[in-house]
Design a protein around this ligand. Structure first.
Ligand code: TNX
Length: 536
């Protein structure tokens, strides 16, 4: 990495028209680049670069539909702030305009880039992006956006020098599963909120969205064979609000929106516990045949499906069947956490039966760490979650994770003390919970998935995931202020090579404040991050 670039700070897109040239006092010297997650290999020289101009062309093999889709996505995101037409043209180009070209190429023979890797080469007259697979090309486009000034995130034309530093980036992820989870059960979030979250996740190359679709307080996905789940079970939320649910058409819309951004949906129906909304909707799912009232508190552990009744398994089969049919991705999450009503034996038999149902519907079962008490199928995945920020320094011991490793089942790590986005940052945070301790920005970043738990090494870890539980969260701004700025750091833990350094990272993170401001994203001004002074 060479030299310094000057990054504009505090960009907001308040005015509709172009602004005057940014005065020098608004420029602070920072890093050679501020890309998050940090690419595996970066060699940039900001003394030279490529500048996007009014006559720049986007070049792509027009016969390759996958490449064209990424090109269109990129051009559509560069046009509003630049105000340039950025036409998409086929190869060979009809002649190089003085504005140069941004080209995107899918080349399956570049196997060293894997499914998600990419290469970006920048010279004075062109930007070239290569990938073997569409996801890689999409991530190249996301990285290119981050190499441009923060005002590129504005939705109206801005005056800026749209310059990308010269050099080369070659990148691919460390872990295959880089997830985020959103709890839409405790409080419901509509389609537009979920789409906005998906767009924010995609910027940081997150590739799984786990939706927690049911819990004690609400059932959020239409099931045609059991309609009262949503008409009654979805009618409230924590605190007694109106609740809500996705129709099957809306769920499909979210799945497609995520897929366009190379994010695989992981639907979760939590069972056998966390099921009060279902038990309240259908009396026959209760062992005593009596439906409990709807629940709007935040206690856990009190509900359980009747594991001894056959109708329970018919119910699960039909619910899994309808959701699996709408979900192109290979995963189905069965929950399995915090069950206090069953013996270990009852619990294990239940999980084993449910696992078979999920597999029969063509999906890989995923479950919270408790499921490792059962005999798991080789295709299953265990999501670790328990931990405490007040425990000493790692490695920590987690029996559930060890049981998964002993069974040869891969782990997704969601250690609460590191990645639970619903934990408070510190004692002054108004939103969130604190049962796992406070989770500051550095806590969320400064750990390594291969050394956090005793007996759990790199090869046991499929990846990581940041859950956002919504007991205390009501609005999209609430979601954003808990996710930002911790989420980008977690994304980097999942993507970037081991050996990351907090002191270096926090400088890059600070530079993203201008992007979030431009996008109108609420974020927590953690004292651990050297934020640039806001523009006067
Ligand atoms: C634990 S993590 C839960 C959730 C809560 C969360 C709050 C897990 C599998 N279960 O039911 O919402 O804590 O932080």
């Amino acid at each position: 990495m060479l030299g310094l670039v000057l990054l504009a700070t505090g960009a907001a897109c308040r005015s509709a028209g172009p602004i005057a040239t940014i005065p020098p006092r608004d420029l602070v010297p920072t890093l050679a680049h501020a890309v998050i997650p940090a690419p595996a290999s970066v060699d940039l020289d900001p003394r030279s670069g490529f500048t996007i101009r009014a006559d720049t062309q986007v070049v792509v093999d027009v016969a390759n539909a996958d490449a064209v889709r990424v090109a269109e996505w990129l051009a559509a995101r560069l046009r509003p702030a630049t105000g340039y037409p950025l036409p998409i043209v086929g190869e060979p180009a009809l002649g190089l305009g003085a504005g140069g070209r941004v080209s995107l190429t899918l080349d399956p023979s570049r196997t060293t880039l894997g499914d998600e890797g990419y290469e970006i080469d920048v010279t004075r007259d062109r930007v070239t992006m290569h990938a073997a697979r569409p996801a890689g090309l999409f991530y190249a486009a996301q990285t290119l956006r981050q190499l441009l000034p923060p005002d590129i995130e504005c939705s109206t034309p801005r005056q800026a020098v749209w310059r990308v530093p010269a050099g080369r980036i070659v990148d691919r992820p460390r872990f295959a599963w880089r997830g985020a989870m959103l709890d839409v059960a405790r409080h419901f979030f509509g389609v537009d909120d979920v789409k906005r979250y998906i767009d924010l996740l995609a910027k940081y190359r997150i590739n799984r969205l786990h939706l927690h679709l049911s819990d004690d307080q609400g059932w959020r996905i239409e099931i045609r064979s059991w309609p009262r789940l949503t008409t009654y079970g979805g009618s409230t939320a924590v605190g007694g609000g109106p609740g809500g649910h996705y129709t099957q058409a809306q769920y499909r819309e979210i799945v497609a929106y995520a897929a366009d951004r190379h994010i695989v949906m992981v639907p979760e129906i939590d069972m056998p516990g966390h099921t009060n909304a279902a038990l309240a909707s259908y009396a026959e799912l209760n062992c005593d045949g009596v439906a409990p009232p709807l629940y709007t508190g935040i206690e856990v552990g009190f509900s359980a499906l009747c594991v001894e009744k056959e109708v329970t398994y018919q119910f699960i089969d039909e619910v899994v069947g309808e959701i699996a049919a709408m979900t192109p991705g290979p995963y189905f999450h069965v929950g399995g956490d915090e069950v206090e009503k069953l013996t270990d034996e009852q619990y294990a038999r239940f999980i084993e039966r449910v696992q078979e149902i999920v597999i029969r519907h063509g999906k890989r079962p995923v479950g919270w760490e408790e499921v490792s008490k059962a005999r798991l199928a080789p295709t299953s995945i265990v999501q670790q979650w328990r931990s405490d920020a007040r425990a000493g320094s790692p490695p920590w011991r987690n029996e559930a994770a060890l049981r998964a490793v002993q069974q040869g089942v891969p782990l997704v790590l969601s250690p609460a003390a590191k990645v639970y986005l619903d934990m408070k940052y510190d004692a002054d945070t108004t939103l969130g919970l604190k049962w796992a301790g406070y989770v500051e920005v550095r806590d969320a970043y400064d750990w390594d998935p291969a050394t956090l738990f005793e007996g759990v090494g790199e090869g046991d870890v499929l990846g990581i995931e940041a859950p956002l539980w919504s007991e205390t969260l009501v609005t999209m701004a609430d979601i954003e202020v808990m996710a930002f700025p911790r989420l980008p750091g977690i994304a980097e833990v999942g993507w970037s090579p081991a050996g990351r350094v907090w002191e270096e990272y926090r400088g890059r993170l600070a530079a993203h404040a201008a992007r979030w401001t431009a996008m109108g994203v609420s974020f927590h001004r953690s004292p651990q991050v050297p934020w640039p002074a806001p523009r006067p």
